[in-house]
Design a protein around this ligand. Structure first.
Ligand SMILES: Cc1ncc(COP(=O)(O)O)c(C=O)c1O
Length: 496
């Protein structure tokens, strides 16, 4: 043990300022971490005593033996606490004289109070979007894969990794994209991200400069719009019709845009599929303008009727299209693993952007996700939950149609995890807002997904990850309130 000076020898300092035999120590207050080591608790109590001016600068502290006797701690704990006080500048050691409160100590600042910033808790009630269900057998397989990977924990986690993520997981994703989405790419074109929004941000930062314009569907995914604006780019709303984004309108509104963010397989929120002529028109624009298309393929694994369509990136063969995928829906959101597949010409820039932003993805879960994909557990889970989601979709659509008595029309989506329930276009969107509030329902107002186009009245309702009886009861309530809000509206329109 390092010998630290004690106050046992006579000194000038001691003669003028005698060491207190009993220090005014509070070893139980909120400044002390219960359960921490004796040395740490004593250190915290000594700090508190010093910064509260219960002892004066330059005042001698008692010898370690004396303080050990006062506190009941071992002398060793006192010595460690004194050493740390000295190292942190709260005390000074004078050889031959002892340990003294430092001549200058940090001014006491107000104890941090509980922050008053309100952060909304994520919504999880019936109709909340983004909820998922993972089959119990898949959970067991995932647990087993994670356990096996943790038992084999080795060097791959001890070093900084490839900014694109593990090659093993990238190879498993490349296989999945080929079989599920008709997209052929090399694992080296894939970058693992912590979800779609992270991929969006990463890719945009590599291809755009501040203030550049990005076409966004209107209505569209408001969270992606926020991400684009948050990064300092300008989201340009481009209207959507039954064929998807109206490319001609985009050309007029922002011919010099550098990118377009689209959901071509299942437009969010309306659910339309981008037609082949529109797809080709969009790709023509991107080639002519030297722009890139970001294809958010967020829910194509959940196709209920027929085979999934080829992705836009598959048609383009990853020349001008960047493909964004996520495991937030196919496995679970808490995994925070998504990915993008890149045109070869962007690999270096996106990899450099990733390294600059947050170096590389966490490695602990990558192996287990690769195991899920390679073992077939991922596909088996999808098959089982697809069946559940289809039942949930049908129950929700049928209940809304029947219980709203014609007030709402509910097209049944052939893909995805949400549906749109609409009032007649002539109804004011405030009717939906009122009914939703009266029903205490979650999900979104359709109007909130619009930027500039005149909003349609209705709701965007998630059906995945919610029990069918809850969905049915909530749908009955929402339909009832929708009828009531419409009646009130019609009455006041007649009176006016
Ligand atoms: C349109 C759309 N894209 C992407 C995502 C997934 O985003 P992330 O992977 O960042 O969780 C969602 C989730 O609800 C979505 O609705």
């Amino acid at each position: 043990m390092r010998k630290i000076p004690t106050n046992s020898l006579p000194s000038a300092a001691k003669a003028s300022l005698p060491a207190k035999t009993e220090l005014p120590l509070d070893l139980r207050g909120p400044h002390v971490t219960a359960g921490a080591s004796a040395a740490h608790r004593l250190y915290q109590a000594l700090c508190e005593m010093i910064v509260s001016s219960l002892v004066k600068p330059g005042e001698p502290l008692p010898p370690s033996r004396t303080l050990a006797k006062q506190t009941g701690f071992r002398r060793n704990a006192v010595v460690i606490a004194y050493e740390r006080l000295i190292a942190d500048g709260f005390a000074e050691a004078k050889v031959g004289s002892g340990t003294f409160v430092a001549a200058r100590i940090p001014a006491r600042t107000a104890a941090p109070g509980k922050p008053k910033v309100a952060v909304d808790a994520p919504r999880q009630g019936a109709f909340a979007l983004g909820c998922t269900h993972i089959d119990e057998r898949a959970v067991q397989r995932f647990r087993a894969f994670v356990g096996r990977r943790m038992r084999a924990f080795g060097a791959e986690h001890l070093h900084y990794g490839d900014p694109r993520g593990s090659r093993e997981l990238r190879a498993a994703i490349a296989d999945h994209l080929l079989s599920a989405r008709g997209l052929r790419c090399d694992p080296d074109q894939i970058v693992i991200t912590s979800g779609t929004l992270h991929a969006l941000r990463l890719v945009l930062s590599a291809i755009l400069k501040a203030g550049d314009q990005v076409w966004c569907e209107d209505p569209g995914y408001p969270i992606a719009r926020k991400t684009i604006a948050h990064c300092g780019y300008r989201a340009v709303p481009v209207p959507v019709d039954e064929h998807g984004m109206r490319v001609a309108k985009g050309r007029t509104a922002a011919p010099n845009a550098r990118a377009a963010y689209v959901t071509p397989s299942h437009q969010f929120p309306l659910g339309v599929q981008m037609s082949m002529p529109r797809r080709l028109e969009l790709l023509d624009w991107a080639r002519q303008a030297g722009a890139f298309v970001l294809e958010d393929d967020y829910d194509s694994e959940f196709r209920y009727d027929g085979a999934p369509l080829m992705s836009l990136a598959g048609i383009d063969r990853l020349q001008r299209v960047i493909y964004l995928g996520t495991f937030a829906k196919t496995l679970f959101p808490g995994l925070r693993i998504g990915y993008c597949a890149l045109p070869e010409r962007l690999i270096a820039d996106v990899t450099a952007a990733r390294a600059a932003l947050d170096r590389f993805p966490g490695t602990l879960m990558e192996g287990a996700v690769a195991d899920m994909l390679n073992s077939g557990a991922f596909a088996a889970n999808l098959k089982r939950v697809r069946k559940l989601y289809r039942e949930a979709r049908d129950a929700l659509a049928e209940t809304l149609e029947a219980a709203s008595d014609g007030a709402l029309s509910v097209p049944v989506p052939s893909q995805g995890l949400h549906l749109v329930a609409r009032f007649a276009p002539s109804v004011d969107p405030s009717v939906a807002a009122r009914a939703r509030q009266a029903a205490g329902a979650e999900g979104w107002l359709l109007a909130d997904t619009y930027s500039r186009a005149p909003p349609l009245p209705g709701y965007v309702l998630g059906f995945s990850g919610h029990a069918v009886p809850l969905l049915v009861a909530s749908a009955e309530r929402l339909a009832r309130e929708s009828r009531a809000a419409l009646r009130t509206r019609n009455k006041s329109a007649r009176r006016a």
